[in-house]
Design a protein around this ligand. Structure first.
Ligand code: OOG
Ligand code: NI
Length: 447
């Protein structure tokens, strides 16, 4: 057996290659990376406690390499092939997101690493959406889109060969990895030439901007890459200084002592010139830059409270007042780690301290976790939310209209369709967090 390369290493190298390509395609993304790195450094310098906490939780090392990206594909076979590609990188489909709830004709999953070590090394995630042609109302347009998609292959022939080789060998040699990464990158590259005449683009665009974005190009260009910041409020306020146009409002929960889930902001999509197949020149806006701040993963009970509070808060007009208002509403969400644990709102990873280690024999599952923490035997670190919240606001809006039940059934049906296209079921994100917490408790002798 020749020397083989681990999935973690392939993912790490691929995410670097993707970041390099996106920086050269969208120079503003490079500036965003600089801004985020500056802010993260400043936060760590002024908060030695946070530095320590991240280091203890094995999170410091991954911070500067942490990204998520997003892509959209047009047909089931494309999704199934992406699954094979990402699996080689140790990334598996987690979660199902029905974006039709937000009026976007796609449904999605996130390919990401799932085990503790892989996440600590590099948690690269790719939010991957599949177009739902059946949501195009005009039957002629639907057929036209389907036939354009049928005629394309977004993967290079060599990429497909390498996938087969991997299946036969069960691994890649160093040489094969060197080939695989640039071959896969081709699929995510931006193309200035569309595969269709301008009129077709306009017809599809008129139906939904995203349909044109998926159908009219040779590949599934990466539409954004997102670094993780430790202070999104600061990034938002500095963006203008760095020459970027931020969106008005930071999405998600407000700033808190113990950050929860995910807060996100972005700079607006670029208008890029495109040459159409009939030689007409026009523009397309798809690609942008995004920043995220990640917090603790919530249990289903915590998530339900989050959803309810976000619904109660409604939409804001400007960021300052919206954040103030959110803070007020979210005062009902406990903001200290003991309350989060006691009320079972969030997931934690437990570790024995050196003192706890020396008393390991005395620890039993009947022990009170809070007591052990107070005694200095046990540490509890937040388990970071590794997933997405693309439609939380829209989903809540729907349930507020009293359409929740129909939508849930509708969603269940489309989820099966999605999983059929994918060729496997998606992993339930809550069970991953729950298992991570349980594993850590077992390691401490608490289960
Ligand atoms: C969906 C992107 C979702 C996020 O951060 O929630 C996403 C898309 O527009 O492709 O990346
Ligand atoms: Ni995103």
């Amino acid at each position: 057996m020749p020397n083989t390369i681990s999935a973690d290493e392939i993912r790490e190298r691929f995410s670097q290659a993707m970041s390099g390509m996106y920086q050269s395609e969208v120079p503003q993304y490079g500036e965003l990376l600089e801004l985020v790195a500056d802010v993260n450094l400043a936060v760590l310098e002024s908060h030695p406690d946070l530095y320590q906490q991240l280091e203890n939780a094995d999170e410091l090392a991954r911070l500067n390499v942490e990204r998520h990206g997003a892509i959209r594909v047009g047909k089931p076979e494309e999704l199934a092939t992406l699954k094979r590609i990402f699996q080689i990188m140790g990334m598996y489909p987690v979660g199902y997101y029905d974006l039709s709830l937000a009026g976007v004709p796609v449904h999605s999953t996130a390919f990401r690493p799932v085990d503790d070590c892989a996440l600590a090394r590099n948690p690269f995630r790719v939010f991957t959406s599949l177009l739902r042609l059946e949501l195009i109302e005009n039957p002629q347009l639907r057929l036209r889109a389907a036939s354009i998609l049928a005629g394309r292959d977004i993967f290079t022939p060599r990429c497909r060969e390498l996938l087969d080789i991997y299946d036969q060998q069960g691994s890649f040699t160093a040489q094969q990895v060197n080939e695989f990464i640039p071959e896969v990158l081709e699929t995510f590259r931006w193309h200035q030439q569309a595969t269709v005449p301008l009129e077709t683009y306009q017809d599809l665009h008129h139906e939904h901007r995203l349909i044109a974005d998926v159908v009219c190009f040779r590949g599934c260009h990466i539409n954004h890459l997102t670094p993780r910041t430790l202070d999104i409020d600061r990034v938002q306020s500095l963006m203008v200084e760095y020459g970027m146009m931020p969106k008005t409002i930071i999405e998600g929960p407000p700033r808190r002592e113990i950050p929860i889930l995910l807060r996100q902001t972005s700079f607006k999509a670029l208008e890029e010139s495109v040459l159409f197949s009939d030689n007409q020149q026009s523009t397309h806006t798809a690609r942008f830059g995004e920043v995220e701040q990640r917090g603790i993963a919530l249990t289903p009970k915590g998530r339900a409270l989050y959803d309810a509070l976000l619904l109660a808060a409604g939409q804001g007009v400007d960021n300052f007042h919206h954040q103030q208002h959110l803070c007020q509403i979210f005062s009902r969400f406990p903001d200290n780690d003991m309350a989060l644990r006691k009320q079972e709102l969030a997931y934690f990873r437990y570790r024995l301290t050196p003192v706890g280690e020396s008393h390991r024999a005395e620890i039993t599952p009947a022990d009170d976790v809070e007591l052990l923490i107070e005694r200095g035997w046990l540490l509890a670190h937040p388990i970071i939310y590794e997933d997405f919240l693309p439609v939380s606001a829209a989903g809540i809006f729907q349930s507020n209209l009293g359409g929740a039940e129909t939508h849930r059934q509708h969603s269940e049906g489309s989820r099966l369709v999605f999983e059929q296209a994918l060729g496997t079921s998606v992993i339930d994100e809550f069970s991953l967090y729950q298992q991570a917490e349980a594993r850590s408790k077992r390691r401490c002798g608490l289960v």
